[in-house]
Design a protein around this ligand. Sequence first.
Ligand SMILES: [Zn+2]
Length: 308
Amino acid sequence: MDETETPAAPYCGRFAPSPTGPLHAGSLLSAICSYLEARRHTGRWLVRIDDIDPPRQLPGASDAILRSLDAHGLQPDAAVTFQSSRREQHLAALAELQAEGHLFDCGCSRSDLRAHGRPGPNGPLYPGTCRNGLPPGRQPRTLRLRVNQESDSFDDQFQGPIRTCLAETIGDFIVRRTDGLPSYHLAAAVDDGAGDISHVVRGHDLLWCTPPQRLIQRHLGLTSPLYAHLPVLVDTRGYKLSKQQGAAPLDDRQPGENLWLALQRLQQSPPADLRRASVDTLWQWAKTHWQPERLRGLARVTETDGPA
Ligand SMILES: [Zn+2]
């Protein structure tokens, strides 16, 4: 890795759930993994609620997530932050990108994209329709960031070296949505690059979000954190556990059992007799036995990886 990429700051990790529903077994893996990595580096661990998508949010979900983290012994090292409180910074970043000529108005709808964009890991690639000006009769809907022949390469702690040409895998991507809100890429890039966060540990489903977010950080002169994408938890049919798919919320009355299962799914093989142990005992074991290298190259783990 390029030396200049290594953040000089002390280790600071984060867990950044969206309040679209309560924590489930899949999101617990990300929470635990990011927490244990921060502890292994005697660093700090922060919690940021990524509440920038009001239409998808569920009332009370933020509180439920925080209660659940607390029940599982996951206490952040600073006050919880809310991405919605950083709207000004997000808008300032958009203005800066706009002023530097990186953005263009796009009048395409999702169905236009589905019809004309070739498939990519984050959805259809933008076919370039409005790149050189809106076609006659089109109204601007979103702001897109122009991707030229930029390539990106970074060493993912779990997934190894990632090298990609952004025009081929990502294409021009949305930074301001139809409803005027900053996109996930924009907000995550700005908040992860703002200075505090040195390491982002998150699910493999977000792996291809990293090149566009790193591109935004480069354009804004922000320091990119280092990234580690852990395997996502899938059900026996191979589908990722998600709030949208109706994954069952964690049962906060049995945090020890949940932690044990999560450690099992994270390939740590916790001793069977710890299955009924207290949260404190499990954390004690996990902190001394944590072997992140066991996650190397894994994109997914299945629910059955924990014995029933
Ligand atoms: Zn367009």
